[in-house]
Design a protein around this ligand. Structure first.
Ligand code: FAD
Ligand code: FES
Length: 281
């Protein structure tokens, strides 16, 4: 079982990316070195009336300076994410992580990295790690000290879906690989969704790695089945404990769980990344 750590992280930087999206960098003790793309951290609010932590994916992992980067959307007034948006350099924040399984990359297979909305951020670290060849490959998932897992560098196209012209992280994706955009209103890139962008640009791949809203994941599962592709989806559904104890986050699975004998998996523990064939979306 991979290690997780509870730490008091220190805010190194926080900036607004506009339209309620924030970009937070935290100095960690052990979490950055242990983390891999597709994992998340549970972030506690400094407002003690909010007991449950909020799960936020790792958008960036700097294993040299032990920092992690979280890009998140403020969901409304009085929320945990609004509390996080007020953090400034030097503030301290309690976090638990790295949590979840992260992405497992199929060596040598041409990949689509697909992000939709607030599911875009975790795909950036995956793109960086694929280019650096430090992703976990099949069979390595249960290794502790995961960050050292070495995998194949593979060819990829990045496809991102946003609502409108308020895109974020685009330039950083373009530094990693050919990047394509879809917006619902057509203000940037292809008008429509990520599948419309794939079709319009005649893109092809063997495997999909995706994170985003459920309708997008559902559509990608169907697209992958139609095109005989593998598809791995990261599900960012609501959570409570974040560590597998409360069952607030279960999703329906094709196979029965060996221990409980029910068709359930905990997104926080067995996920958030699943083979789309194994889960009901
Ligand atoms: P709350 O006060 O809890 O709720 C306010 C509003 O937000 C409500 O309308 C509620 O329905 C809605 N809401 C709460 N949780 C979610 C959710 N999971 N999805 C959609 N709507 C929600 N968000 C990011 O911005 N960036 C990330 O990188 C990110 N990564 C995530 C990774 C995982 C594994 C999971 C499970 C979620 C992730 N989320 C991410 C979603 C984030 O955790 C929620 O937006 C956050 O917990 C909301 O907390 P809050 O205190 O702001 O809102
Ligand atoms: Fe408690 Fe997943 S959030 S089991």
């Amino acid at each position: 079982m991979a290690e997780k750590y509870e730490e008091i992280a220190v805010v190194v930087d926080q900036s607004s990316l506009g339209n309620g999206i924030y970009d937070l960098t935290l100095k960690t003790d052990k979490i950055a070195k242990a983390a891999k793309a597709g994992q998340f951290v549970s972030v506690y609010s400094n407002d003690k009336s909010k007991l449950l932590p909020r799960p936020i994916s790792l958008c960036g992992i700097n294993r040299d300076d032990d920092t992690i980067r979280l890009v998140y959307r403020v969901t409304g007034e009085g929320t945990g994410t609004e509390d996080f948006s007020r953090l400034v350099m030097g503030d301290k924040v309690r976090i638990l992580g790295p949590l979840g399984n992260g992405f497992t990359v199929q060596p040598g297979k041409k990949a689509f990295l697909i992000g939709g909305g607030i599911g875009v951020p975790p795909m950036l670290q995956l793109a960086r790690d694929i280019n650096a060849g430090i992703v976990q490959t099949p069979g390595e998932e249960k290794n502790p000290g995961q960050a050292a897992c070495k995998g194949a560098v593979c060819d990829m196209n990045i496809v991102m879906g946003y609502r409108d012209e308020n895109t974020f992280l685009l330039d950083e994706f373009k530094e990693q690989a050919a990047s394509f955009v879809a917006t619902e209103d057509g203000s940037v890139g292809t008008k429509g969704n990520v599948i419309d962008a794939i079709k319009e640009n005649a893109l092809e791949a063997d495997v999909i790695y995706a994170c985003g809203p459920m309708p997008m994941l559902r559509a990608l599962k169907a697209y992958a089945a139609e095109h005989d592709m593998d598809c791995f989806v990261s599900m960012e559904e609501r959570m409570a404990c974040g560590i597998g104890a409360c069952l607030a986050c279960v999703c329906k699975t094709k196979d029965k769980d060996a221990h409980s004998n029910v068709n359930n998996k905990r997104i926080c523990k067995e996920g958030p990344v699943f083979d789309a064939k194994e889960v009901e979306l």
